[in-house]
Write a protein that binds this ligand. Structure first.
Ligand code: UT7
Length: 315
């Protein structure tokens, strides 16, 4: 599904924030209790450590609070909050309700579950609501994957971590910063990566890997085409942080050098809906984003879902 054309009301990213739990689990920690090795994890995934702990609501609140401070935005000025998560703290209500209460927001708030694609889904949904009249939208991606990971299963325990990231979107006249997007889903592939209610993540890793590379390329190209741009125009690629080899394979096929990608994977592991805003926030904090830069966000995950967004950075 793609945007029909430039909207009369666009959005601008006016603030962002990130949150990670304090506790670190290194590859050496995992090596000590599982039949795995630092070498296997590093070579096969690119992950060196991950952060674990807290609740989805706590992490989301911390990231959102930081984003509001950065945007110099009061709680009362937020007119909508969208929280992407597949690890809600409760079956109901939505974790967005707890975050809204903690932040003292007086607006509508809801969860979106598109797994690791969730943040980009929420971003596009937020931009759509801005086009419909919401003047300020808070978009958050937060997951506590450690809670749904079997810590005795080496095939998943080494991969996942916890975290949150958030952006504040302001409605602006004209097309704004979101130049193009692409959201997709193929529910016939939902068996590849799933967790029952109250259960642990089960994944057919190799098949997810193979399909992830393909959908990253196709979705990136669809969003770029909608924006009237090509991969050559991308100044910074912010991919879902699941596996360095997936990112390398997609970059090679897209013709985007790895030096132009944002990465926090080595420090965070796969944090699902938090991974893209964590990598975006890290790149911004490192001064890797300048006014006018073309930033391509691309996610993929359980569903199978995929999602891309092309942003022109800066006011
Ligand atoms: O965000 C959601 C999307 N998820 C993903 O993007 C994950 C996509 N998949 C992947 O990233 C990779 O498939 C994995 C990292 C999960 C696995 O890497 P792989 O290169 O596909 O390994 P594999 O599953 O084919 O396993 C190769 C070997 C097997 O041993 P044998 O059968 O060759 O003897 C596994 O049992 O590696 C073994 N293995 C491990 N060895 C040490 C699997 N996990 C581990 C481990 N440590 N943690």
């Amino acid at each position: 599904m793609t945007l029909p054309g430039p909207a009369a009301t666009g959005v601008a990213v006016v603030g962002w924030g990130v949150a990670l739990p304090d506790a670190t689990v290194t590859n050496a920690d995992l090596e000590a209790r599982l039949d795995t090795s630092d070498r296997w994890i590093t070579e096969r995934t690119g992950i060196r450590e991950r952060r674990v702990g807290g609740t989805t609501g706590e992490l989301a609140t911390a990231a959102a609070r930081q984003a509001l401070v950065a945007a110099e935005a009061s709680s009362g000025s937020v007119e909508l909050m969208v929280l992407a998560t597949s690890t809600p703290d409760q079956q109901l209500p939505a974790t967005a309700s707890a975050v809204q209460d903690a932040l003292g927001l007086g607006c509508g708030a809801f969860d979106v579950n598109a797994a690791c694609s969730g943040f980009v889904y929420a971003l596009v949904a937020g931009a759509g609501m801005a086009a419909m009249g919401a003047r300020r939208v808070l978009v958050v991606g937060a997951d506590v994957m450690s809670r749904v990971t079997d810590q005795q299963d080496r095939s998943t325990a080494v991969l996942f971590g916890d975290g949150a990231g958030a952006v504040v979107l302001d409605a602006v006249e004209g097309p704004g910063q979101l130049l193009g997007w692409d959201l997709g889903s193929d529910g016939s592939l939902r068996h590849l990566l799933q967790a029952d209610v109250g259960g642990y993540v089960r994944m057919e890793g190799k098949e997810v890997f193979r399909r992830a590379v393909r959908v990253m390329i196709d979705s990136s190209e669809a969003a770029l085409a909608r924006a009237g741009l090509s991969a050559d125009d991308v100044d910074l690629l912010v991919p879902h942080q699941a596996n360095t080899r997936i990112i390398e394979a997609a970059c090679e096929r897209l013709g985007i050098p790895m030096a132009r990608t944002a990465s926090v994977l080595d420090r965070t592991g796969n944090t699902s809906a938090a991974s893209i805003p964590l990598a975006l926030g890290d790149a911004a904090a490192a001064g890797r984003l300048s006014k006018g830069d073309i930033v391509l966000l691309v996610g993929f995950g359980a569903g199978m879902t995929w999602a891309s967004a092309v942003l022109r950075w800066g006011p």
